[in-house]
Write a protein of this length. Structure first.
Length: 242
């Protein structure tokens, strides 16, 4: 983990091989529990995470399976923190995070995802996420991240730590269309907006047609698009294409 706290609190140190039973309750018995909302489209994962967090003196106030459900529950429940997946039905976790950061800044967001690519991480950071964990993180790591972010700090998985520094030293990039897309995905989408077919896109970007299809599949999933026509329309509205 890479942690940075504005209030000097980083949680308990990691202990290799720690089990759930090794976690201790807060030192102050009267301390208020942290209210957490879990957002993930896999019910088994949500249920398992809820069970684990409940053993660590964390109060899971609700579960959401889509981005829009998460927004509705944040407005209704006002949790201290949201654990947010990236790939969600109807609204991506990145867009949901941006909306929460804008409309409910008192609720912090930690991204929990299988995606460990630089572009997704930077998109989450620009959207306002205060933490980024991979789903392979163990329970002590997750609890430490929750405590650190709740106390006003930041917490990121070690694998993305170097990107934090990179983001801090680079000037902010303003108004990037579809920030949840990687640079290559955005380039593919721009060519779709220009009316190019898969073969033309492959030639333009030096890719195989199969790779172009894979990029398109990821674009459709991230942006919740039905088909190529809708992708082109959305892209042109966002200023992509000529």
């Amino acid at each position: 983990m890479v942690a940075a706290s504005s209030r000097g609190r980083s949680g308990s140190p990691r202990r290799e091989g720690s089990a759930v039973t090794g976690l201790r309750a807060p030192a102050d018995p009267g301390a208020k529990m942290i209210d957490v909302l879990i957002t993930d489209d896999h019910p088994v994962y949500r249920s398992g995470l809820r069970s684990l967090l409940s053993t660590a003196s964390l109060n899971v106030v609700g579960e959401a399976s889509t981005g829009r459900e998460a927004l509705a529950l944040v407005h209704q429940l006002h949790p201290h923190l949201v654990l947010m997946d990236v790939n969600l039905p109807d609204l991506s976790g990145i867009e949901a995070t941006r909306t929460i950061a804008t409309r409910c800044p008192e609720t912090a967001v930690i991204i929990m995802t299988m995606m460990e690519d630089r572009d997704t991480f930077l998109a989450a950071l620009r959207a306002g996420a205060r933490g980024y964990l991979l789903k392979g993180a163990d329970l002590p790591e997750v609890c430490r991240a929750i405590e650190t972010v709740h106390s006003g700090g930041l917490m990121f998985d070690r694998q993305v730590g170097s990107w934090v520094i990179e983001h801090m030293i680079k000037p902010p990039v303003a108004n990037i269309p579809f920030p949840e897309l990687t640079d290559r995905e955005r380039a593919v989408l721009e060519l779709v907006a220009d009316g190019r077919g898969n073969a033309a896109i492959a030639r333009e970007l030096g890719l195989s047609i199969k790779t172009v299809r894979n990029y398109l599949s990821r674009i459709f999933t991230k942006l919740q698009l039905v088909d190529r026509t809708e992708a082109a329309v959305r892209a042109r509205r966002a200023g992509l294409g000529h």
